[in-house]
Design a protein around this ligand. Structure first.
Ligand SMILES: Nc1ncnc2c1ncn2[C@@H]1O[C@H](COP(=O)(O)OP(=O)(O)OP(=O)(O)O)[C@@H](O)[C@H]1O
Ligand SMILES: [Mg+2]
Length: 332
């Protein structure tokens, strides 16, 4: 067990495969996409855990599996030591209260027909929490806590009269109103400009520091994850490739993919004294068989045989730092 104590969330060897229908004109062959491949990590109470990766790497899938919007093909997900698959009745209801997800696009996640009050109070109704006056107070408090103040100015507005940042605050208030233990924020600021994003980040930090809400923050931006997160996990095409304390992963990245992400951040990689790793091939390698390291086709520092033939497991590289690369110890 880690010195942080018991994990609130445990993901063990989770694999998720989507079947899609092939789109040829004459035949419909189904295609399989492995969105997550044997992914394992723990999230500890009170931390913000960053899940970082490019588009299609499996970030949203991870979130949807945790909130049980999807089922795993294999592996196990547990909250507070209890496996979430197969929860029924009261235990399932309690799980649905404890775990909430905030989605990327506040323009799509809010119902345009519903006022702010309707939207934020709905989970309280579903969970039969409080009477009408308690609910009204709880909604007011939730709006204040996300900076929609005074709440009276917002309660009866509809989404079309809210800015993008205000909409996302409403979505956060809706997630927070049930007093959850664990919140997944899936790219909550990708539709917002930088100054509004910073305000949303500060709300998430306040949720951690004042209310002790554990969070998984999903982003494609290593810079955002560094600002917000205690630990960072990097995934590449459904595979966890690196995990560690946020500062450590950014300052001392060990996986060539993480290093490529650092190179891609102007602030980290392009100042005069900044180290550039140059681990990304400009032209992808053709790979005959898909049995080697998942990053091999794009890796500029790969070992032509070893990395083409075998999949590296995660190995320890310092305190709480895990890396899935054969070369991490010998070359970097
Ligand atoms: N419902 C689905 N049916 C089929 N394939 C899916 C489905 N949802 C996701 N996928 C595929 O699974 C993979 C992972 O998708 P996912 O949405 O988790 O990525 P992501 O990291 O969230 O990407 P983005 O940064 O673009 O949001 C992708 O290849 C995607 O096309
Ligand atoms: Mg996504």
């Amino acid at each position: 067990m880690d010195k942080r104590g018991k994990p609130i969330l445990e993901i063990e060897n989770v694999t998720k495969i989507y079947k899609t229908k092939g789109g040829t004109l004459f035949g419909r062959r189904s295609k399989k996409v492995t969105a997550l491949n044997q992914v394992s990590f723990d999230i500890f109470k009170g931390e913000i855990f960053g899940l970082v990766g490019e588009s299609g790497s499996g970030k949203t899938t991870t979130g949807r599996l945790i909130v049980s919007l999807e089922n795993v093909n294999s592996g196990k997900i547990s909250l507070d030591g209890r496996e979430i698959i197969g929860l029924k009745g009261g235990a399932q209801k309690e799980f649905r209260r404890k775990v909430q997800m905030i989605f990327q696009d506040p323009y799509q996640s809010l119902n345009p027909q519903r006022s702010v009050f309707d939207t934020v109070s709905e989970p309280l109704k579903i969970h039969r929490m409080g009477n009408a006056s308690v609910r009204r107070d709880t909604v007011r408090q939730a709006l204040k806590s996300v900076g929609l103040s005074p709440p009276e100015d917002f309660l009866y507005r509809y989404p079309h009269r809210l800015s993008g940042g205000q909409r996302q605050r409403v979505a956060i208030a809706r997630a927070m109103v049930l007093n959850p233990e664990f919140v997944i924020a899936d790219e909550p600021t990708s539709m917002l400009d930088a100054s509004i994003s910073a305000q949303i980040f500060n709300i998430l930090l306040k949720m951690r520091d004042k209310l002790g809400v554990t969070q998984m923050f999903i982003t494609h931006s290593l810079a955002a994850a560094r600002y917000l997160c205690d630990r960072i996990a990097v995934i590449y095409r459904g595979n966890l490739v690196e995990l560690g304390p946020a500062e450590e992963v950014v300052r001392n990245p060990k996986h060539p993919y993480t290093q490529a992400l650092i190179d891609a951040v102007p602030k980290f990689g392009h100042s005069k004294d900044a180290k550039r790793y140059r681990t990304l091939l400009s032209k992808k390698r053709e790979v005959a068989e898909d049995k080697g390291c998942v990053f091999f086709p794009r890796c500029a520092v790969a070992h032509e045989e070893r990395c083409a033939r075998n999949q590296p497991g995660l190995t320890r590289s310092g305190d709480g730092h895990l890396v899935g690369c054969f070369l991490s110890e010998s070359l970097f």
